[in-house]
Design a protein around this ligand. Structure first.
Ligand code: NAI
Length: 318
């Protein structure tokens, strides 16, 4: 058996740690030696109200088990205050788990501006605010681990969750760029799409499923992703019920149309089957890889393309 992955000396902020997944993440990090900021606004699942009780209860649980934790009751919209709590209590910061969340489900034609704004503010703006306040500290120390919590509803869409889907998938974009900007400073940023029984899911899933889908089955992925030995960054995982899988983009080989003559919607229609054919599909992992077939087409004289264009040269000639 491998040796235990410990977090001694590390400081972790877990947002929305008063319930569900966040609580479990906080208990896990604390049990492995991390000092934990248990953030929770203590409101209802639709973003109403606030209370210190949820965060306090988890802090008590951690302390009773011999761990170290402090509570913070601010909304993630005031992320700088949560980071300040970590600095005041523990003097530094190493790990940020953006987990806090609410729901304001409604079919799109009934969705109000308030439903949209609140979800974007808590999920997207909140993760931005906490991560942005943490960023200079992590950069200065040359170490950091950040987790974004997205959702299958964001990845695949889900009826009645246009606001939530949009905010949740935006977090994947945020994580992808932060992973690139953080790489040189040893800041790793990954995204999880969990599924677990919680007060959020008990409104939509039957009780036996809620009981079976334990948050304990999600936290171990964070236990590895946030560890100093783990080199993973810029990745997206689906996790729940003991299953962990990694996602990536897949793109069909596609069809390049000759550039030497005008082409039209009829040409697109004629090649539609080939454009959508996933035989020999590609998996671009960054913008350069994504651009490769476009460049090949531009540079293919036989297809009527231009003179050779060197992407690096073209981009740097400004
Ligand atoms: P939960 O409702 O049990 O826990 C969320 C916690 O976040 C609550 O304690 C709540 O008070 C806190 N919170 C809400 N707004 C806050 C704010 N503005 N500032 C600080 N704290 C705030 O929910 P659950 O299921 O544990 O969800 C955790 C995260 O996982 C959420 O981001 C959710 O969208 C995401 N998720 C959960 C899934 C599931 O199956 N449970 C599925 C996909 C995503």
């Amino acid at each position: 058996m491998s040796s235990e992955l410990r977090y001694d000396g590390k400081v972790a902020i877990i947002t929305g740690a008063g319930n569900g997944l966040g609580r479990q993440h906080a208990l896990m990090f604390a049990a492995r030696g991390a000092r934990v900021v248990v953030n929770d606004l203590g409101g209802g699942i639709h973003g109403e109200g606030k209370s210190s009780a949820a965060a306090d209860k988890v802090v008590e649980e951690i302390r009773a088990a011999g761990g170290e934790a402090v509570a913070n009751y601010d909304s993630v919209e005031d992320g700088d205050r949560i980071v300040q709590t970590a600095l005041d209590a523990f003097g530094t910061l190493d790990i940020v788990v953006n987990n806090a969340g609410i729901l304001r489900d409604s079919s799109f034609h009934k969705m109000t501006q308030a439903d949209w704004d609140l979800i974007v503010r808590v999920h997207l703006h909140g993760a931005f605010r906490v991560s942005h306040a943490a960023w200079p500290i992590l950069r200065d120390k040359g170490y950091g681990r950040i987790i974004m919590t997205t959702s299958a509803a964001g990845i695949y869409g889900n009826f009645g969750q246009a606001n939530y889907s949009a905010a949740k998938l935006a977090l994947v974009g945020l994580a992808n760029t932060l992973a690139q900007e953080g790489r040189a400073k040893n800041i790793h940023v990954n995204t999880i799409a969990p599924i677990a029984g919680s007060r959020l899911t008990e409104t939509v899933l039957p009780p036996e499923l809620i009981a079976a889908l334990k948050p304990e089955y999600v936290s171990p992925l964070l236990g590895w992703l946030c560890h100093e030995d783990c080199k993973e960054s810029g990745s997206l995982f689906e996790v729940g019920a003991g299953y962990i899988g990694k996602l990536r983009w897949e793109r069909s080989k596609g069809r390049s149309l000759p550039l030497g003559r005008p082409f039209s919607a009829e040409d697109v229609a004629r090649h539609w089957a080939q454009i959508g054919d996933f035989t020999d599909a590609e998996h671009p992992g960054n913008i350069n890889e994504s651009m490769a077939p476009l460049l090949a087409n531009m540079n293919s004289k036989s297809l009527g393309g231009n003179e050779f264009i060197d992407l690096d040269q073209a981009m740097n000639s400004e």
